[in-house]
Design a protein around this ligand. Structure first.
Ligand code: GTP
Length: 598
């Protein structure tokens, strides 16, 4: 079977280097979309994504391109990949569906941390890679210097690279020519039993579950009975089709092609990403190599501000999970916050996105507890268990030892800021593995405990480098560590949602910092409030909030009544986000801000 007219490719880039702009241009050049239909970012369908400028869901677009050099019409399948470190697993599975990649590098910025992370994944996937230097319209563009950097840092030959402006369209036609002449076509046999890789799936409220597949062998048709090889489930194919980027139904999808299948599946949870779909009547002998399942690495508690919203929160989480199988949740109770859920995320950005969607799309007011990583507990009786919530920490006397997860982090930073960046890594218990230079930029590779970066590492890195440092990490391994749980007592009552786990060497410093911060975050009451940090029964830090002297509205008496009303309304609105602990009210902001480090 002749697949020589097909090219499957991904665009990989550091955030903001112009991936979406280039994708839009390619779509436009291939005539799929009328100019007037072009939205800002065609591939980003969710509003929230558009706002953040981050592509969350991997999607694919089929383009028809007639090459002026040989007169042939090619089928190009463009796979969109997310750029952020939290979604690295989505990048790897998008790449598994393609034979080649366009590596887009901003010619005014050069190679950044996600450029490296993505290109290494593409190399692992066996891709042919075409370097594309973007933004050459900018006066600050230095394509020659950046080419040299790509050769030095990544080791890719750049003699055939293409210099373009995705914004103005300059030389984008050369990208299309490079795609058809330099990337290999897919391999596959139309006569073989069906093997289709399940790349992604999502829930659409009108259409139900949609799966994105890459057909490796054979053909999938409407009316076929499909078996998912890992789960064994069998479904009848209702529709198959492609994205242009609009959804268009087709008769079939054949070996080498990508597209969607709809087949009466009820929930995304029933679709195991990386599974192989085959024909029930004529099944393939073996499944395709799948993907590693994504494992949540950061957990936090989500509690409704208004306790009567618990059921609404449960419904909303179930709906979100339909579209995002990498997000996990389980019911949880907190003495301080009542009934809620413990939720697991791929990283901090993923956590923020889910929280924001819950608040915006489902109109819920939430209290979020501080994020925590997953620790391993080895008990004296030989049992190992995972600790997702610091509040569940057992009696330390029963713990033989604990382990915490480490990551391997790559940081790219201009020389001028290197000193501060190295100091930050050391302060966060980092171990330097490598330090190299390319031009005036340094690349530092560190091993760091994940619990030292989940909070504000990225924010700190950006602020000490004035935004110039870029950062990427991958999970490394678990290592034994001297960890302790620090409890926080407000007015002598432990607030379980504020407890956290830290390395013993940092416990006292962190405890002191949090007490000081809570002192500012908790409003004064009519009585004195002691705030304490403790390890077991031993208090390691203490602050006191002085008693309030006057009623806030007192000075308005006799004065302007509307002003007084406004003040009371403001207080009421503020209360919505407060929680009562014994006699003390703690504002929602305290739960996250208190643990933020400086
Ligand atoms: P994410 O979706 O966040 O991963 O970013 P991206 O890599 O898709 O980048 P995007 O296409 O959103 O471009 C980032 C910014 O660079 C936008 O403001 C674009 O308008 C701008 N941009 C993209 N290509 C060019 C170019 O060739 N020249 C200039 N001057 N600006 C460009």
């Amino acid at each position: 079977s002749d697949l020589s007219h097909i090219r499957n490719f991904a665009i990989i880039a550091h955030i903001d280097h112009g991936k979406s702009t280039l994708a839009d241009r390619l779509i436009q050049l291939c005539g799929n979309v009328e100019d007037r239909d072009m939205k800002e970012q065609l591939l980003d369908s969710m509003d929230l994504e558009r706002e953040r400028g981050i592509t969350i869901k991997a999607q694919t677009v089929r383009l028809n391109y007639t090459s002026p050099s040989d007169g042939r019409t090619y089928q190009l399948n463009l796979m969109d990949t997310p750029g952020h470190v939290d979604f690295a697993y989505e990048v790897s599975r998008s790449l598994a569906a393609c034979e080649g990649s366009l590596l887009v590098v901003d010619a005014s910025q050069g190679v950044e941390a996600q450029t490296l992370a993505n290109v290494y994944q593409a190399i692992d996937a066996g891709h042919e890679i075409i370097p594309v230097l973007n933004k050459i319209d900018l006066p600050a563009a230095e394509p020659e210097r950046v080419k040299q950097q790509i050769e030095d840092v990544i080791g890719l030959d750049t003699s055939d690279s293409v210099g373009i402006s995705a914004k103005t369209g300059l030389h984008v036609d050369q990208v299309l020519e490079a795609l058809v002449h330099r990337l290999p076509p897919p391999k596959g046999n139309l006569e073989a039993p069906l093997q289709a890789l399940l790349v992604d799936s999502w829930y659409d409220s009108y259409l139900g579950v949609i799966t994105l597949v890459r057909v490796r062998e054979g053909v999938v048709r409407k009316g076929m009975r499909l078996r998912m090889m890992a789960t064994g489930a069998v479904h009848l194919v209702d529709k198959v089709g492609i994205f242009t980027p609009k959804m268009v139904e087709t008769d079939s999808l054949s070996a080498g092609e990508m597209g969607f299948i709809m087949s009466g599946i009820k929930s995304v949870a029933d679709c195991q990403i990386g599974d192989t779909l085959t024909d029930e009547r004529n099944p393939a002998a073996t499944p395709l190599p799948g993907f590693k399942p994504s494992v949540p690495v950061v957990w936090c508690g989500l509690f409704p501000v208004d306790t009567s919203d618990f059921e609404a929160l449960r419904d909303s989480l179930a709906k979100l999970r339909l579209n995002d199988s990498s997000f996990e949740y389980q019911a949880d109770t907190s003495a301080a916050l009542g009934f809620g859920f413990r939720c697991g995320f791929l990283g901090l950005l993923h956590m923020e996105i889910i929280q924001e969607r819950l608040e915006r799309e489902f109109d819920l007011d939430l209290i979020t507890t501080a994020p925590s990583v997953v620790y391993r507990l080895y008990m004296t009786d030989g049992v190992m268990s995972e600790l997702h919530n610091p509040a569940d920490m057992p009696d330390p006397a029963k713990i033989d030892h604990m382990e915490e997860p480490w990551v391997k982090a790559t940081i790219m930073v201009p020389d001028d800021y290197l000193g501060q960046v190295l100091a930050l890594c050391t302060e966060r218990r980092g171990i330097q593995l490598d330090l190299t230079y390319a031009g005036n930029r340094a690349m530092a590779v560190y091993k760091l405990p994940l619990n030292e970066i989940v909070f504000d590492f990225y924010d700190r890195l950006k602020s000490i480098s004035r935004g110039y440092a870029s950062f990427d990490y991958e999970m490394s391994e678990y290592q034994e560590s001297d960890l302790v749980r620090i409890s926080i007592l407000v007015n002598a009552e432990p607030v379980d949602a504020l407890s956290f786990i830290a390395h013993r060497s940092q416990a006292e410093y962190r405890g002191r910092q949090i007490c000081a911060r809570l002192k500012d975050l908790i409003p004064r009451h009519l009585f004195k409030i002691p705030i304490q940090a403790a390890i077991g029964g031993r208090v390691i830090a203490r602050e006191t909030i002085a008693a309030m002297r006057k009623d806030v509205t007192a000075k308005c008496y006799g004065g302007d009544i509307t002003r007084k009303k406004k003040l009371l309304e403001k207080q009421k609105a503020g209360k919505k986000r407060m929680r009562q602990f014994g006699k003390v009210e703690i504002p929602q902001t305290a739960f996250i801000s208190a643990l933020r480090m400086n």
